[in-house]
Ligand binder design. Structure first.
Ligand SMILES: NC(=O)c1ccc[n+]([C@@H]2O[C@H](COP(=O)([O-])OP(=O)(O)OC[C@H]3O[C@@H](n4cnc5c(N)ncnc54)[C@H](OP(=O)(O)O)[C@@H]3O)[C@@H](O)[C@H]2O)c1
Length: 350
């Protein structure tokens, strides 16, 4: 067989060898590093060998996963769907898992919640292939700056195509960001004034920009969309709408409505006031129609919002639901771990 020499030479990585289609007189046994796989033509049959310290019976724990090019493996499995994959016993499990992995795009991946969601997905690399969309090179550097991060502007639909191509699910974490007008002096009392930058008004980012993402996702054949929005949308006179005269919650709600009628599985998460605190240590609260806003528990950690967005991809009970999200203070109640039960409490579809 092709690659025993190369196995020794490339220990702890994937090795790929391509050969000519059946009937070809010459067996091409040129070993390729896995990175080259996507450049193979569809006439190749591909055999993969997972290498480890125990090549005959590699197990997941004995393979150095940091060297895997999962994104490439996944696209290879898609591209070579009809071709033959061979793997040594023990690595079949890994290949099967790769075939089932979802490619998930997080938009707003350079934002505060977006960064957490993207990095969580990256860590869950046995289930997800993480992609991010950011607006600038500066934001790209906040999430590692790798090939999985695409630069695009949701107000310019033509810039989204590449990032959306081939994804299975989308987590929308973009938002218009109000800026404080310079010159505010808190020692003098009064309230700061806010404005939105040209091109960054909520109508453009939260309505048209989210609509563009939903449309791009539909066109790309996406199977599920999770949209992170905000509580407060039932009240047109909510103070956030006055910020920079942007009517941000009104435009966000319009996008939520659009998603709920788009005809593909969705989850709308309307978060309470976001906090930069650790996640996974509080009991999460699920509500509807802004009822949580009239309680003392209307805040939630960004890390918990990111987790709930990801869990929505893993639990059928989250599909076609809209929920308000807050949490009890740390130390009160029991930290939420059973997300199937959590989403099952939700009956609202918008
Ligand atoms: N702040 C709160 O207390 C609160 C409360 C409830 C709900 N929420 C909602 O929760 C979500 C996450 O909030 P967050 O505070 O974590 O977000 P954030 O840090 O404000 O991030 C928003 C992201 O959207 C990106 N973005 C803006 N315009 C864009 C455009 N035209 N094209 C592409 N990307 C664009 C920004 O990109 P750049 O990195 O380039 O700026 C930024 O990364 C938002 O939907 C927010 O409205 C917030």
């Amino acid at each position: 067989m092709a690659s025993s020499a190369c196995i020794a030479a490339t220990c702890s990585s994937w090795t790929v060898s391509c050969r000519q289609p059946r009937g070809s007189s010459r067996l091409k046994t040129q070993p390729r590093p896995f990175r080259a796989l996507t450049s193979c033509t569809s006439s190749c049959s591909v055999s993969l060998a997972a290498l480890s310290s125990s090549p005959e019976s590699p197990s997941r724990s004995s393979v150095d996963t940091s060297l895997w090019k999962r994104d490439e493996l996944h696209s290879a499995l898609l591209n070579f769907g009809r071709t033959e994959f061979r793997a040594r016993s023990g690595s079949k499990l890994v290949l099967a898992m790769a075939a089932e992995m979802k490619t998930v795009l997080v938009t707003g991946a350079g934002g505060r919640t977006g960064q957490i969601a993207y990095k969580k997905l990256e860590k869950m690399s046995d289930q997800f292939i993480a992609r991010g969309l950011v607006r600038s090179e500066e934001s790209k550097s906040k999430v590692g700056g790798g090939d999985s991060i695409f630069v695009g502007d949701v107000t310019k639909p033509e810039t989204l195509k590449e990032a959306f191509s081939g994804i299975d699910a989308l987590i929308i974490l973009t938002s218009a960001v109000p800026k404080m007008k310079p010159g505010f002096d808190p020692t003098k009392g009064g309230r700061p004034e806010f404005y939105y930058e040209e091109g960054g008004f909520p109508e453009q980012v939260d309505w048209l920009g989210q609509k563009a993402q939903i449309d791009a996702a539909k066109e790309a054949g996406v199977k599920q969309i999770v949209l992170v929005g905000s509580m407060g949308g039932t009240n047109d006179n909510h103070p956030l709408n006055a910020l920079g005269n942007g009517k941000i919650l009104i435009w966000k709600r319009k996008a939520e409505k659009y998603l709920s009628e788009a005809g593909l599985p969705y989850t709308i998460i309307r978060a309470g006031g976001l906090q930069d605190k650790d996640g996974g240590i509080r009991e999460l609260l699920l509500g509807a129609d802004d009822a949580l806003l009239s309680t003392d528990t209307k805040a939630v950690a960004r890390a918990d919002v990111a987790e709930v967005a990801i869990q929505a991809l893993l639990n059928e009970e989250a599909k076609n639901k809209a929920l308000d999200l807050a949490s009890k203070p740390e130390g009160e109640g029991t930290p939420t771990t059973d997300f199937k039960a959590f989403f099952s409490q939700c009956t609202a579809t918008f």
